[in-house]
Design a binder for this molecule. Structure first.
Ligand code: ADP
Ligand code: MG
Length: 458
């Protein structure tokens, strides 16, 4: 065995203990150690996505593991993309990072791609992974890499408007097609899908339609919350889903809500969906918002100073579409008047956008405020952690969500790591009871948090 192989094996063996099986298989297994020169260790990885992900998530564990194995404190890591497996159309930037330009995606595309109805501009490469969309991103990527052999079927991504659902599911299709142009992919919005079904039933050609769907490797249906209103076709829908599923086709769906929240949705469809993976996208945190703003500006060759980026990121926390809207608004001014934008000018241009958005309080924001108030990481509120302090913070957050928002306890439970609605009601009632009993500590605490909420939403 060569020296490089030995290092690679030891490296993988050691790093395995830090990660779960899925993460290991997706991110570490395909990595190869291809060179060690002095203190520089070079890894070959299948794609740019691997580089981004490893740099973002595993940098320190990579460094620590290599230092241990090689007994050298000053290791640095280099990544090379395996040109046989990375099919992205790349242009190198000065920084050495690789970006895929959306317009390049059109090049060389032939009829089968057109038939997919996919929007080529949505790729994994131009999607910023961060707090709020990490699980959805990773599961989408796993599905994209294993279309004919996925563990998640169907994959359903749900979450608020403008948070990247359409982008992610389109990225699955684009990735799959780029790697295998023979792949048969179909993207539809749910209203078109339902319209087709109704039409085919009417024309008595539903069997042909089913046979057609059966020829597809990947079927993406966007915005299935609209299924609810078209209940006539629901029965047929259930059979069609079974049919596609049984013939090995991958199904990917998006919805604005968790299927449990779509009350009119057929129960059999709900349980069919639950047999796959249901994952959500939540509004991005500050750091992710800033990264998205930078990317969106860069995509249109627009340079934004850091103070302006942070101003937008601090003040627009609703969804990504709004962040994009802010960048476009500034760009419009810049290109129209051919003038550099100062921070004061930016504030003036974005004034309307910001005041009208500030009134929007949501579950995510309450979680942010409560986690900050208790000085505990936000994800502990969502995870199963049961320490006394976390449980209390979680109960407070649930109480505030039930009293400050119009959301149902079911939807609140979903945002707290898919907890039952009864858990939410129970927690909220506990806090309410303490308040009713005029428990001084609880009263003071809720009062203080409400102040922060009011300040942040006025
Ligand atoms: P949804 O389908 O959830 O309503 P979209 O996928 O249409 O949202 O996203 C709205 C816009 O925001 C799109 O232009 C998309 O490219 C962009 N977007 C959303 N999330 C991200 C992200 N994490 N990184 C980059 N762009 C994003
Ligand atoms: Mg959408």
């Amino acid at each position: 065995m060569s020296e490089l192989n030995k290092v690679e094996n030891q490296f993988k063996e050691k790093i395995k203990s830090f990660l779960n099986q899925n993460s290991f298989n997706t991110w570490i297994k395909p990595v190869k150690v291809v060179n060690i020169e002095g203190e520089v260790v070079s890894f070959q990885v299948p794609s740019k996505i691997h580089i981004d992900y490893i740099r973002g998530q595993y940098r320190s564990v990579f460094e620590k593991t290599l230092k241990d194995i090689l007994g050298n404190e000053n290791i640095s890591i280099k990544f090379l993309i395996d040109s046989d497996t990375d099919f992205s159309f790349e242009t190198k930037r000065e920084t050495g990072t690789v970006v895929k330009k959306a317009k390049d995606l059109h090049k060389g595309r032939v009829a089968p791609y057109k038939e997919t109805s996919l929007n080529p501009k949505y790729t994994f490469e131009n999607f910023v992974m961060g707090n709020g969309n990490e699980t959805a991103y990773v599961s989408s990527l796993q599905v994209a890499q294993n279309i004919r052999n996925t563990q998640y079927n169907p994959l359903l991504i749900f979450g608020g408007v403008g948070l990247g659902k359409t982008h992610l599911v389109s990225a699955i299709g684009n990735h799959a097609f780029n790697h295998d142009p023979g792949m048969k992919i179909l993207y539809m919005t749910s209203d078109i899908f339902v319209f087709q079904i109704i039409n085919h039933i009417k024309n008595k050609t539903i069997d042909e339609y089913k046979a057609y769907l059966r020829t597809k490797d990947l079927i993406i249906i966007d915005d299935i919350q609209f299924f609810a209103k078209k209940d006539k076709s629901m029965e047929e829908l259930f059979h069609i889903f079974n049919y596609i599923y049984n013939s090995g086709g991958q199904i990917v769906l998006t919805s604005d809500f968790h299927p449990n929240e779509i009350h009119e949705l057929d129960d059999r469809l709900k349980s069919r969906f639950k047999m796959g993976l249901i994952t959500d996208v939540r509004p991005p945190d500050l750091e992710t918002r800033a990264a998205i703003i930078r990317l969106k500006a860069e995509e249109i060759n627009f340079t934004l100073e850091d103070d302006i980026v942070m101003f937008i990121a601090n003040n627009i926390n609703t969804n990504v579409r709004d962040l994009e809207g802010a960048v476009k608004k500034l760009y419009f001014y810049y290109s129209h008047f051919n003038k550099e934008i100062s921070i004061n000018k930016a504030k003036e241009i974005l004034k309307e956008l910001i005041t009208s958005k500030k009134s929007s309080l949501n579950i995510d924001k309450i979680q942010d405020i409560v986690s900050e108030f208790f000085s505990i990481p936000k994800d502990l509120l969502i995870k199963k952690t049961r320490t006394k302090e976390v449980a209390e913070a979680r109960a407070v957050a649930m109480y505030l969500c039930t009293t400050q928002l119009k959301s149902t306890t079911t939807s609140i439970g979903v945002h707290f790591g898919n907890r039952e609605h009864s858990t939410v009601s129970h927690a909220a009632a506990k806090i309410q009871k303490k308040l009713s009993a005029k428990d001084p500590e609880t009263t003071k605490m809720i009062d203080e948090i409400l102040n922060v909420i009011n300040l942040s939403t006025c």
